[in-house]
Design a protein. Structure first.
Length: 597
C-alpha cells in the first residue's frame, strides 16, 4: 500500500459525492470516422475533497463502453470508473404534445400508404386477367374456317378495341397510384425526421459514469473524458472546376458529416479520419484450406419479390409500406472496462454484423437516404497521415446538430495541373468526353466519392473519384464537350463470292467518322471503334484500313485488344475537319450462317 492509499483508506467509507451534468459541459472535440465518432469533453476545475470522492457524470448518450477513456491532472488517484444507465422515465421529452401529434400523423400516413398499395395490387390483378384472357383467345383450338369469317373477325375487332381502351385505362390508374404512393412515402420520411427533431431520441435511456477518486488534499482537478459513439459518419464529395481556356483545374474537397447521437455538436473542434476501426488489430490468418471441385449448376430459388415481379405485366410489386428512416451505424454499448491516464489505450468497438436474411439472392435493392440541403462549414484544414490512416483537422469550429442530416465541411481547396484529353466512342454516343490526367500533388488522400463537374463556369455533369493517394496519378471524367462534333455515318456494306471448288463469301464493311473542332483552342482526341473477332477458324476477319501504327497529319493509329481500333488526333486545331475510315472484311465458306454480323 502506498503512503497516499494508507492515508486515505479510513476515509473511503464516507465519500464526498458530486454530480455534473453534460448539459453544462458541451462536447469540445470530435473525430469523425466513416461509421462512428470519438467524442471528447472537458470537466474543468472539479473541486475534490481530501479522501474518497465520487463524481457522477450525468446525461451521456449511448456510447461504446469499452472505448471510455478518462484523463486527469492533479494530486489524485482514480480508483474506479462505473458505467450505468439512467432510466427513460427520468428523462422528459422536449415537447410531449408535439411528439404525440407527430406519432399520430405517422400512423395515419402509414395507413394511407397501405391502402394505396392494396388498390395498386387490385389494379395489377385486373391488368393480368385482361392479358390472360387475350392470350387465351389466341390459343383456342379453332380451324382457319372458323376464324376467318366476318362474325369472328368482327368480334375480334371489338375485343381488341376493348383490350386497348381498358388496358390504357388500367395502366393510367396504376401510374397515378404510383405517384400518390411516392408522395405519401415522402411524407412518411418527413414525419419521421420531425419526430427525431422533436425529441424522440432524448426520451431514450442515457448513460452515466461514476468516477471514484482519492485525493490527498482539497484540490481542483481538470477531468477529460473521451469515448466512441455510433450513429455518426462522414463521406467525401468534390466540386471540380475546370477552365479549358486557361488549362486550369481546382478541386474542392468536401465532407458531408451527419450524426444522430442524441446530442448536438455545437462549436466543436472537428477532425475527419480515414481510419476504419475494427474489433482487432491482429493480422488475419487462413483458418480453412482452399478447396476446388467440379462446378455444379445451382438450383435458383426465386425470391418472393421475383415471383411477384414475374406475374406482373406492368411494373414491380409495391414495396413494404413501412419505410425505415435512415440510421447511421448501430446503437447499444459493448461490455468492457474503463481506463485512466494519458497513456490509456482506445479500444475499438465490435464490427457490424449482417443477418443472412438481409441479403436478397439474385436481387439488387436501392437504398435511399434522406435528401436534404447540406449546410456548409468553410475552413482550411491540416492533413496528417499515419501508417494506416489520414486525418483532416478543420481549422474553424463546426456545428453539427443531431438530426441525421448531412452538413458540409470544407476539407481543402486544391489547385492541380491537368493534362486535358478528349475521348469518343461514336458507335455508342456521338459525343466527346473530356478527361483530365492529374497527379495528386497535395498531402490529402482523396477517398472515393461523387463529384460535381463545372467546366468554364457551367455545371455539366456528375462524376466520381476513386481512391487516390498523395503523389498518385489519376484520371477524372469531366463530362461532354459539345464543341467537338462527331458524326458516325451509316455503315457501307458490300458482298463478293469467289472460288471455283470451294466458294467463299467476303463481306466488306466501311465505317466513316467525321470530327470537327469548333473550339477556339486546339484539342487532343482519342476516337475508338471496333471490329468483330472470330471465334471460328472458318471465319476470317481482316482489317483493311487503318493500318496499325500508321501516322499521318497528327493522327496515330493503334490496333488494341478485343478488336478495338484507336485513332489519336494529337493536335486538332480550331476549325479543323477530319474524316476517319475503318474498313474490314469478313470471309467465310458459302452456305455458312454467321451470327453477330
Amino acid at each position: 500500500m502506498t503512503n497516499i492509499e494508507a492515508k486515505l483508506a479510513p476515509l473511503a467509507d464516507n465519500p464526498h459525492i458530486f454530480q455534473v451534468d453534460t448539459k453544462d459541459y458541451p462536447v469540445g472535440n470530435v473525430t469523425v470516422y466513416r461509421d462512428r465518432a470519438e467524442v471528447s469533453r472537458e470537466f474543468p476545475a472539479q473541486a475534490l475533497k481530501v479522501g474518497r470522492n465520487e463524481v457522477t457524470i450525468l446525461g451521456l448518450p449511448e456510447l461504446e463502453e469499452d472505448t471510455i477513456r478518462v484523463e486527469g491532472r492533479g494530486p489524485a488517484v482514480l480508483v474506479d470508473v462505473i458505467y450505468s444507465r439512467e432510466h427513460a422515465s427520468d428523462l422528459p421529452a422536449k415537447d410531449g404534445t408535439l411528439l404525440a401529434s407527430l406519432q399520430a400523423r405517422l400512423q395515419e400516413e402509414e395507413v394511407k400508404v397501405n391502402r394505396l398499395y392494396k388498390k395498386r395490387a387490385n389494379l395489377t390483378k385486373q391488368r393480368q386477367a385482361l392479358d390472360m384472357y387475350a392470350e387465351d383467345i389466341g390459343q383456342r383450338g379453332k380451324s382457319a374456317k372458323d376464324i376467318l369469317n366476318s362474325e369472328s373477325l368482327d368480334g375480334l375487332g371489338k375485343f381488341l378495341n376493348f383490350y386497348e381502351t381498358k388496358g390504357e385505362e388500367l395502366d393510367e390508374k396504376i401510374r397515378t397510384l404510383d405517384d400518390e404512393i411516392n408522395k405519401v412515402a415522402s411524407v412518411v420520411e418527413d414525419v419521421r425526421r420531425n419526430i427525431l427533431e422533436a425529441g424522440g431520441m432524448q426520451t431514450k435511456a442515457k448513460v452515466q459514469l461514476k468516477l471514484v477518486l482519492d485525493a490527498e488534499a482539497d484540490v481542483e482537478m481538470n477531468i477529460w473524458l473521451s469515448y466512441v459513439i455510433l450513429k455518426a459518419s462522414w463521406s467525401p464529395s468534390y466540386d471540380i472546376r475546370v477552365s479549358t481556356t486557361d488549362q486550369k483545374l481546382s478541386l474542392t474537397y468536401k465532407a458531408e458529416v451527419r450524426q444522430a447521437t442524441g446530442e448536438d455538436w455545437t462549436n466543436v473542434g472537428m477532425s475527419l479520419s480515414t481510419a476504419m476501426p475494427t474489433s482487432s488489430g491482429d493480422c488475419p490468418e487462413f483458418a480453412n484450406p482452399w478447396t476446388i471441385s467440379t462446378f455444379q449448376m445451382p438450383v435458383l430459388r426465386p425470391t418472393v419479390r421475383s415471383l411477384m415481379a414475374r406475374t406482373s405485366a406492368f411494373g414491380p410489386p409495391p414495396p413494404m409500406a413501412s419505410v425505415p428512416a435512415p440510421i447511421v451505424g448501430r446503437s447499444g454499448p459493448a461490455p468492457g472496462a474503463s481506463i485512466f491516464g494519458s497513456s490509456a489505450a482506445q479500444l475499438g468497438s465490435t464490427a457490424q454484423a449482417y443477418r443472412s436474411d438481409d441479403l436478397i439472392a439474385y436481387e439488387e435493392q436501392d437504398v435511399q437516404t434522406l435528401a436534404a440541403p447540406a449546410q456548409m462549414v468553410h475552413g482550411v484544414t491540416q492533413a496528417t497521415s499515419g501508417l494506416v490512416s489520414a486525418s483532416f483537422h478543420i481549422q474553424t469550429k463546426a456545428n453539427i446538430p443531431s438530426d441525421n442530416v448531412p452538413h458540409t465541411v470544407t476539407v481543402a481547396l486544391l489547385k492541380l495541373a491537368p493534362a486535358f484529353e478528349y475521348a469518343a466512342v461514336p458507335k455508342f454516343s456521338p459525343a466527346a468526353y473530356l478527361k483530365a490526367k492529374l497527379r495528386n500533388t497535395s498531402e490529402y488522400a482523396l477517398l472515393p466519392g461523387p463529384a460535381n463537374i463545372f467546366v468554364d463556369g457551367n455545371f455539366v455533369a456528375k462524376s466520381s473519384l476513386k481512391n487516390v493517394a498523395p503523389e498518385e496519378e489519376f484520371e477524372c471524367s469531366l463530362g461532354v464537350d459539345h464543341a467537338l462534333r462527331i458524326t458516325y455515318k451509316p455503315l457501307a456494306k458490300s458482298r463478293q463470292t469467289a472460288g471455283v471448288f470451294s466458294r467463299n463469301v467476303t463481306l466488306r464493311h466501311t465505317q466513316r467518322i467525321n470530327v470537327k473542332n469548333t473550339k477556339r483552342v486546339a484539342a487532343t482526341l482519342r476516337v475508338l471503334d471496333q471490329v468483330p473477332i472470330s471465334e471460328d477458324e472458318k471465319i476470317k476477319v481482316t482489317i483493311v484500313k487503318p493500318v496499325n501504327g500508321e501516322t499521318s497529319k497528327d493522327i496515330v493509329v493503334a490496333h488494341k485488344d478485343k478488336g478495338l481500333i484507336e485513332w489519336t488526333l494529337t493536335d486538332m486545331q480550331p476549325a479543323s475537319d477530319l474524316d476517319l475510315e475503318l474498313m474490314y472484311e469478313i470471309t467465310y465458306p458459302q452456305g455458312t450462317t454467321v451470327a453477330g454480323v
